[in-house]
Design a protein around this ligand. Sequence first.
Ligand code: ADP
Ligand code: C5P
Length: 213
Amino acid sequence: MSYQTIIVGIAGGTGSGKTSVTQAIIKNLERTGIHSILLEQDSYYKRNDHLTYEERAKLNYDHPDAIDFDLLEKHILALKDGKSIEKPIYDFQVHNRVNETQHIEPANIIIVEGILVLAMEKIRSLFDTKIFVDTDDDERLLRRIERDLNERARSFESIKNQYINTVKPMHLEFVEPSKRYADVIIPRGKDNKVGINMVASRLRYLFNKMNQK
Ligand code: ADP
Ligand code: C5P
């Protein structure tokens, strides 16, 4: 018997509020006992054990080549097939994957979140629902500066150079154009309670329909 799933892709620029929107959707669904699981694209950053911390801090983390999309695809397909996975864990403080993994059991709703998940055709094609969180660039940058200073052990100098050299150009080349593939665009991120509730309601409807069959 094949396992039934609804796979949701949530993309958007860095600092757009993807994580916050995703958490709000998951919480909303939990309220009626619907459990969903989350795969963050960030967990799938490739290992860079051969480089020093300083070298790793300077890498381009916004190009598709930085991410192991083959493993992400494999994991989505395994969950879709009703099999559990060992999700990698990424440590932003050291810019590398850690040795431990997180055991994830399958669930009917799988959410895949990350800046490039709609840009990659082989990942995008697995989604039943595609969402793009759209927030103004200046707000995204301000949030990123605050977050990276406080939570990701980066200096202002590092944040500024990284933004100019890689984050912004990759956003323009890959992330922004992927908006066209979205079924739903949520402006303003987590402040958009109506948008979040509409998406959660739709997922609840699909979940209930699937479980009536
Ligand atoms: P993303 O996953 O797209 O990078 P996050 O949801 O992690 O975005 O948000 C990035 C940062 O901005 C976090 O520190 C978060 O707390 C903050 N943030 C997100 N949405 C808002 C908002 N509407 N107002 C203020 N801060 C926000
Ligand atoms: O949470 P968010 O979507 O912002 O995460 C993606 C961002 O994380 C990318 O824009 C990338 O530049 C950044 N990143 C980083 N250092 C790493 C890994 C990712 O700054 N080691």
